[in-house]
Design a protein around this ligand. Sequence first.
Ligand SMILES: Nc1ncnc2c1ncn2[C@@H]1O[C@H](COP(=O)(O)OP(=O)(O)OP(=O)(O)O)[C@@H](O)[C@H]1O
Ligand SMILES: [Mg+2]
Length: 277
Amino acid sequence: MAGYVCTVAGGKGGVGKTTTAVNVAAALEGEGYDVVVVDADLGMANLAAMLGVDPDDSIHEILAGGGAVSDALTEAEGGITIVPGEQSLEAFADADPAKLKRVVKTLRNAYDVVLIDTGAGLSHETTVPLGLADGILLITTPDEVAVGDAVKTAELADRVGGEVLGAMINRATSETDVETIAEKFDSKLLAVIPDDIAATENEPLVFNSPDSHAAEAYRLLTDQLVGVFFEGERLADVETVVESEWFDDVDGTTDDESDDDDDDDDGGFAHSVFQGI
Ligand SMILES: Nc1ncnc2c1ncn2[C@@H]1O[C@H](COP(=O)(O)OP(=O)(O)OP(=O)(O)O)[C@@H](O)[C@H]1O
Ligand SMILES: [Mg+2]
């Protein structure tokens, strides 16, 4: 059976697209699925760097017309395979995003899941991965501009025939107004990932900080995605992944202040803001 192609997109830069692709890949590997992550952020390819690998071949060579997909497959931590990009401007200039379709077709025949990491902004480069995915996961942070850009990306996905699975709020804190953000999207809010220092320091945190809140959130999101990818679960039936205790001490407060937060928990995230999603 052909694998599932999931594009991780967002619109705004730095919202956690690559982090999400890597951690979902790690969690899928942990559940026994064979995963490949493609760096389709052709202008600012940094997937390999995030995983600490220094590959010889890249997707840019394939998209420039030379090289087979198999040449660029690179093993990274935890059994994840990546198709890395390269950083040079020359490579960027020569790469034709339209050729990504052929690359993905090849990969979906060899892997259970093909995750496509995309760049920021709206361009031909970011549009192609929206059109060829079986499903699109939209990433935003709580930031208003990021939310607006993710909504716009969803509209673009619609125009090119892409199916948005749902949105994910990354780097959420106890201050995040989840409900208001969720209302901005036509699609479902699939997950809320807490802001977690481990995400920056111990990438991929699903392997390196498995007990962190963010790692747990990514594992739960991955369980939901597996249901949608492989078990025929309807998006309408998928529950939003979120645990109120993830947000107790991630907002930079001191221990003393955190204690105060505990006292007024009832006015917090889980009980008021998040109701009804
Ligand atoms: N849940 C989180 N908590 C804390 N830091 C995070 C979280 N998710 C991502 N980050 C950090 O935010 C930064 C940006 O993440 P990332 O590179 O994944 O974003 P991106 O959307 O892929 O960016 P770009 O548009 O440049 O490709 C990184 O330093 C990453 O470690
Ligand atoms: Mg990125």
